[in-house]
Structures are given as C-alpha cells and as structure tokens.
Design a protein around this ligand. Structure first.
Ligand SMILES: Cc1cc2nc3c(=O)[nH]c(=O)nc-3n(C[C@H](O)[C@H](O)[C@H](O)COP(=O)(O)OP(=O)(O)OC[C@H]3O[C@@H](n4cnc5c(N)ncnc54)[C@H](O)[C@@H]3O)c2cc1C
Length: 396
C-alpha cells in the first residue's frame, strides 16, 4: 500500500496545478492518471486565457516564468453582434472593453494548453515529494474518519489524508462518494484551433455572436512570421461536426465569413479539435476526506474564460486552508469551510455563463435584437460596465 498526504486523481490542468501547489507547500503528493503527458498534449489544441488572480497564483508556484514569453496579454475585449446579416458577415452592433478602465494590467494572458501542461510537468518532476503514476486510474474510494483509501486500476491502494478528485466531468471518485450532479445540455459543440491572418490582432480578444453560439478569436504570438489567434467556434452539434470534416479551403472561407472578416482571410495553423459543450455542477464539493475541484466540480461553456480560472480559485482556497490549519489536512471542518466559501461563486458563474450561452445560441430574431440592444445600451452605464468587467476578470 502506498501512503501519502494528498492523493489526486487526474493530472489534467486542474489536477497538475493542485499537485504542484501542495508539493511546493511541503506535502507528500501522489497523482494518478491513465494518460499523463503525451496523449492529452497531442489532442489539446486549445488555449486558456488566465485572468489576473490565476496568473498571480501560477507565478507564486513558479510555473509562469517558463511560459511568460509565449503568454499573450489580452488588453481589449470586443463583443460583436452580427445577427442581422443573412450570411452573418456584417456587424450589427459592437462594444469594446479596455482593461485600462479598471486596472493597470491586462484582463488576462492567453497560453496554449500544450505549453502549460509541459511547464507544469517539468515543475512537478522537480519536486521529490510528488509522485506521478502514469497509466493508472482511480477505481474505488473508501473514506474513514482519519484516512481515505483509493484503489487504482494497477491493483495498488493509496492511503491519504486528503483525496482530491480532479478526474474530470465524468469523475469516478465523485460517483463513488455518492455526490450527484446537475447537467444542462445545449446540443452544442466547440471547435478549437489556431489560425494566422493578415491584420494584426492588437491584443484584442473578440467574441462574435450570431446564432449557434459565439465565435471567439483570442490573440496568440505570431506564428511563422504572421499574426495568429486561437479560435473557439461554438455551433449546434451537427453543424460543428460538418465543419470539423470540411476540407481546408472551404473551412477557411466559412470561418472568414463567420469572423466578419475583421482580421482579413483566416488560415488554419493547427488541426481542429471538437469539444462537447455542457454546464454541470456537483451538488456538493466534498465528502469525508474528499474535495472536488475543476471539471469534477463544475463545467461551463467556454465563454468569458471562466472554466479553468474557477478551478484555480478552488485550488488556491484549498491551499490557503492548508496553510491556515496545517494539522487538519482533510478534516471535515476544513472541507465544510471549502464548500461554504466556494459554492456561491461557482453557482453564480455556472448560472451566468449558461444564460449567456443560451442567449448566444438563439436564432430567434427577437432575442437577437434584445441582445444587440443590450450590447449597445446596457454598458453605457459606467458602474454596470465596470462591475461586469471586474466579475468577469475573476474578482469576487
Ligand atoms: C474550447 C474550450 C476553451 C476553453 N477556454 C478556456 C479559457 O480560456 N479559460 C478558462 O479558464 N477555461 C477554459 N476552458 C475550460 C478548461 O479548458 C477546462 O476547465 C480544463 O481544461 C479542465 O481541466 P480539468 O483538469 O478540470 O479536467 P480534464 O482536463 O478533463 O482532466 C481530467 C483528467 O483526469 C484523468 N482521469 C479521468 N478519469 C480518471 C480516473 N478514474 N483516475 C485518474 N485520472 C482520471 C483524465 O485522463 C484527465 O487527464 C475551455 C474549455 C474548452 C472546451
């Protein structure tokens, strides 16, 4: 039997950040995942916009410095409504938010997931108190007052004071703990990929609403000497699948139209990847000796860069609790405190992003007109604009 302070199931971005955080604080950490490294890196062409609080936390963990030069600052956010044009290629209304209106710093920094995974793995490998178990998944959980026992697919059992479930939206450990979830399905999928274009992006992130969901361009560093952006294109499932299979030239034409041509003709600079879109929230964030983090606890559609940023807030809170009560790792009191402090913020953001997504999907003319009207008039009130921007940036 292996014995450790903290056992983490799942070495995705959330599990890896949690592992590093506990290891850097001096805890013995064991992480198990069926696919550490190679598999996830090859399939993940997404990027993540890290908001100010997340960047600060990753800096403290020493994981920001190695990726700093490739992190693209996001200084302006533009929202466009293009729903009036038949082909969706004309701008009906637009609004710009400048980070300088509320802060000296950018809204966030965009980083390729593959790069962040590599940087995290390198840092974790340097920690002698952090053990990664590859090709192994958590299959069962038994919790007692003083310890938890996790069974691995390799046949081993791990004994830990605290178990962190970071094994994703279909978490086995969440199920074994009897924690139920509420899921909303939107019939949508997101295509994620990188492009190059002729017009510089000027560090502006643009979300274009028509129907089917937003089409979002997020700045990346130049690629092969050309301006480059990451794109998340949300559409109903069937159309997304068709776009995924479309030959390159037609796909490039179609996405250039969907982008209202704001950056000139778009050229594919990576493979396309497809992601199912749901909202999901766990009824509880804990049970005896167990804490849920990341997509095990909450999933939101990729709008406003909330998903992983919420997960980093989970990890930061748990790490702060461990600093505050070093003798109580995994105790029921600390887990209840985790639940009390995180659940309201999580519920609010899951509900908010899900509503925005439903509004963005709509092909109903009335909803589209109200959306465009809201964009034009709602944000004319400076207090509303600033409060919305601060909340979106991960401030509480
Ligand atoms: C298109 C798109 C764009 C996004 N953009 C942003 C953004 O800009 N900003 C932002 O904050 N968020 C963003 N997100 C959300 C963000 O990508 C996710 O929140 C994040 O990747 C989820 O990480 P995770 O570690 O919680 O889950 P996962 O990545 O699902 O990791 C779970 C891990 O657990 C492992 N696992 C599964 N079962 C077991 C088991 N039984 N035992 C052990 N291990 C197991 C899996 O192999 C995997 O490695 C985006 C999401 C999408 C789809």
């Amino acid at each position: 039997m292996l014995e450790t302070d903290v056992f983490i199931s799942g070495a995705g971005l959330a599990g890896s950040i949690a592992a590093l955080s506990y290891a850097k604080a001096g805890r013995n950490v064991t992480v198990a995942d069926p696919f550490i490294d190679s598999y996830n890196n090859q399939k993940d062409y997404r990027t993540t916009a890290y908001l100010q609080p997340s960047k600060l936390f990753l800096e403290e963990l020493g994981v920001w410095e190695p990726i700093e030069d490739s992190a693209m600052p996001l200084e302006v956010m533009k929202i466009i409504d293009s729903s009036s044009a038949k082909n969706g290629d004309k701008i009906k209304s637009q609004k710009e938010f400048k980070s300088t209106e509320i802060s000296d710093l950018p809204f966030g920094w965009n980083v390729k997931n593959s790069l962040m995974r590599t940087a995290l793995k390198r840092q974790i490998d340097r920690q002698s108190n952090c053990k990664l178990i590859n090709s192994s998944s958590a299959t069962d959980l038994v919790c007692r007052d003083s310890m938890a026992y996790v069974k691995l697919s390799s046949g081993n059992t791990v004994k830990a004071k605290l178990v962190i479930a970071a094994d994703g939206r279909s978490s086995i450990l969440r199920e074994k703990a009897g924690i139920s979830i509420k899921t909303q399905r939107f019939g949508q999928k997101a295509l994620a990929f990188a492009v190059t274009h002729s017009t510089p992006h000027k560090n502006i992130s643009t979300e274009i609403h028509n129907s089917g969901g937003p089409f979002t361009l997020v700045p990346l560093p130049d690629f092969n000497g050309k301006p480059s952006s990451a794109i998340v294109w949300m559409e109903n499932g069937e159309k997304a699948k068709r776009l995924m299979e479309m030959e390159t030239k037609s796909f490039e034409r179609e996405m250039t139209v969907r982008s209202c041509n704001i950056l000139g003709p778009l050229k594919l600079a990576s493979k396309r990847s497809l992601w199912p879109i749901i909202s999901q929230i766990a009824d509880r964030l804990y049970s005896q000796r167990l804490a849920l983090i990341g997509e095990t606890a909450h999933v939101v559609p990729p709008i406003g860069a909330q998903g992983l940023n919420m997960s980093i807030a989970d990890i930061k809170f748990l790490s702060d609790l461990d600093q505050k009560y070093p003798d109580q790792l995994g105790s029921i009191d600390t887990l209840i405190e985790y639940q009390k402090n995180r659940i309201f913020d999580i519920r609010q953001r899951v509900a908010g992003v899900s509503t925005l997504n439903r509004i963005s999907i709509s092909s109903n003319k009335l909803v589209q007109n109200v959306r465009a009207f809201g964009l034009e008039h709602f944000f004319k009130v400076p207090a509303i604009k600033q409060a919305t921007m601060k909340l979106g940036m991960g401030n509480r």
